[in-house]
Ligand binder design. Structure first.
Ligand code: AMP
Ligand code: MN
Ligand code: MN
Ligand code: MN
Length: 277
């Protein structure tokens, strides 16, 4: 069976592979439909489209947008977006400049904590100042032996409320969904099980997302427990939202995840790709 992977990252955000290498890996892993969904960026899409032609893969133009739904930081995946749509382009440009400013602020905090050189270190791992992610700082902290795992870098320094945590002025949930809809895409609430919120809060989030114009939720996310996948499948059905699936492959930062690997969508779900077929 060929696979449909609608969530992954290249080195245009915090993934380790180029779009070309990512698409080649998708072909090897029997993925026939692949969405590249870099954080707040569509810059890797043209390269991925070129490679997809070579390998006969159906490349879905995607993006994973960071959004504020206070006090949570939510991710909204856009699938089948027009990457040149001015509303989307302008929105992503704002996010990118906020990212570049945050990178400097994180580095300043780490320096005051006795860890100088973080900005240069993170930038060396990222493609541009605008695409520096906390993952890059986590990798740098690990390489410099300030922490023993990247995860520990988040737990001790980078997560919200930690000494090098910097609050971000991400666009609101409503705005990010509106950009995706303006660009003709399908807005998907990414990995709802990962937000460290109660199930009643999760329902409120899904309601707000649907109200904003979201059309699908990610039900089958790699690394999600079977009971959560079942629960998300029920919520998708209950709120009449389509269901998406994907690996959230990053390469080196999460070596335990395989491109094209994700849990099976529960039977009752409407697969998100039916919305554009
Ligand atoms: P950013 O968009 O720069 O704030 O970085 C968010 C990214 O960091 C996520 O997409 C994950 O890839 C990664 N990440 C977030 N939280 C953690 C964590 N606790 N441990 C490891 N990686 C994380
Ligand atoms: Mn990431
Ligand atoms: Mn995410
Ligand atoms: Mn992701």
């Amino acid at each position: 069976m060929s696979r449909i992977d609608l969530h992954c990252h290249s080195h245009f955000s915090d993934g380790s592979l180029s779009p070309t290498d990512l698409v080649a890996m998708a072909a090897r892993n029997n993925v026939s439909v692949l969405a590249l969904t870099d954080h707040d960026s569509v810059d890797g899409i043209p390269e991925a489209q070129q490679a997809a032609k070579t390998h006969g893969i159906n490349l879905i133009t995607g993006v994973e947008i960071s959004a504020a739904w206070h006090p949570y930081n939510i991710h909204v995946v856009g699938l089948n977006v027009d990457i040149h749509h001015p509303t989307l382009v302008a929105g992503l440009a704002m996010q990118a400049s906020a990212r570049a400013r945050r990178a400097q602020a994180i580095a300043d905090k780490l320096e005051k904590l006795g860890m100088p050189g973080a900005y240069e270190g993170a930038l060396a791992l990222a493609k541009t100042p605008e695409s520096i992610s906390r993952t890059h700082f986590g990798q740098w902290l690990f390489e410099q032996k300030h922490v023993t795992t990247v995860q520990q870098g988040f737990d001790r320094f980078l997560s919200a409320g930690k000494p090098a945590g910097v609050p971000m002025p991400w666009a609101s949930l409503d705005e990010t969904v509106a950009w995706i809809n303006a660009a003709g895409g399908v807005a998907v609430l990414a990995h709802p099980g990962r937000y460290k919120m109660t199930r009643s809060k999760m329902r409120l989030l899904i309601q707000a997302f649907k109200q904003a114009g979201g059309r699908a939720i990610e039900v089958a996310t790699a690394t999600e427990q079977p009971d959560m996948v079942r629960y998300l499948g029920q919520l998708a059905q209950q709120y009449q939202l389509a269901a998406s699936q994907g690996s959230d492959y990053h390469g080196k930062p999460t070596p335990w995840i395989t491109l094209g690997s994700y849990p099976k969508l529960p039977e009752q779900c409407q697969p998100v790709w039916q919305l554009w077929q």
